[in-house]
Design a binder for this molecule. Structure first.
Ligand code: BMA
Length: 309
């Protein structure tokens, strides 16, 4: 098995949350001040989503804050675009601040919001950085050629649910966009692919955990895969592992709010060459697993598929 599931999964459920929620899933996780900070998504009991915060000293045992971390905005431009909820956060640390991207839902569709924090206490919304219909924006954890870089996932009928890259000098204006990876026909990721965890720097390239979706007669199955991007030019994909790296197998991944889902928004590299991968199980609970980073890199290079399908 490539990724070793933590024996006490799931690590966070709605029972751990001190305010009423239906689910705990699709969380970003990052290390700050010797602690692991998890920003997780919860469906409220009306079906719309908010973000909560939990902290841990070991990356496995998390304690949830008494109050939610981020609610849909109630005034200004953000309120217009967050009215149906905020979902699936990703966090990176660049130049002294944490950048949080999230999906903002409203009657206008889904677009991406960007917020900043220095301490996970106060939070400042910066900008809505895409139009609709975009999801799953992950920013690279360092500037590349002096620019912020991001992977994202616009959707169009001609080229459905593929991964693109864009760049920005200031986090507000994004451009130089290019499609870099597509679903592959009659393959585990044939229906949709999307960015997962913010890329992790390795000597062989940026390691990116993404999700792929396969349609079946019993609904869609969400799995995780891995790809390697060139360090200096991340629009170049050096390898994409042909096989998935994780699929729904445990009860808490097979049954839940939406069945047959593993969905990743965060991974934490450790000093010993391993990494912790966090995923939502069945849109219902949070899980973690560990893997040697080199094993995932080898997985990509040993049997690579064509990034463009
Ligand atoms: C996607 C998103 C994710 C979710 C997944 C499975 O389209 O909505 O947040 O985890 O579907 O339901």
């Amino acid at each position: 098995m490539l990724i070793e599931r933590y024996i006490n999964n799931p690590i966070l459920t709605r029972e751990d949350v001190p305010y009423p929620v239906a689910t705990v899933h699709n969380a970003a996780v990052i290390k700050y001040d010797g602690k692991y900070i998890m920003i997780f998504r919860s469906h409220k009991l009306n079906g719309r989503s908010i973000l909560g915060k939990a902290t841990s000293s070991d990356g496995f045992n998390f304690k949830v804050n008494k109050k939610p971390f981020m609610l849909p905005a109630v005034k200004g431009i953000f309120s217009e675009y967050e009215a149906y909820g905020i979902e699936d956060p990703r966090i990176v640390y660049v130049d002294g601040e944490f950048l949080i991207t999230y999906s903002a839902y409203s009657k206008h569709g889904v677009r991406i919001g960007l917020a900043k924090t220095k301490d996970f206490q106060s939070i400042e919304r910066v900008s809505l950085i895409t139009e609709a219909d975009y999801r799953n924006v992950v920013i690279f954890p360092e500037k590349i050629g002096g620019l912020y870089a991001r992977l994202d996932r616009p959707h169009s009928e001609i080229s459905p649910w593929s991964i693109w890259i864009s760049y920005s000098p200031d986090l507000k204006y994004w451009g130089e966009s290019k499609l870099i990876m597509k679903p592959m026909q009659y393959h585990w990721d044939e229906m949709k692919i999307g960015p997962g965890a913010p890329p992790i720097k390795t000597t062989h390239g940026w390691l990116h955990i993404y999700h792929g979706v396969f349609p079946t007669m019993d609904g869609s199955v969400y799995r995780l895969g891995a790809a390697i991007h060139d360090l200096e030019d991340p629009s170049v994909i050096l390898a994409v592992g042909d096989d998935w790296i994780l699929q729904p197998e445990e009860d808490y991944e097979i049954t839940g709010y939406v069945h047959n889902v593993v969905f990743c928004c965060g991974a934490v590299p450790e000093d010993d060459g391993s990494m912790k991968i966090y995923w939502g199980g069945a849109d219902n609970v949070m899980c973690v697993g560990t893997v040697k980073i080199q094993k995932l890199v080898d997985h990509c290079f040993d049997n690579s598929r064509n990034p463009l399908g």
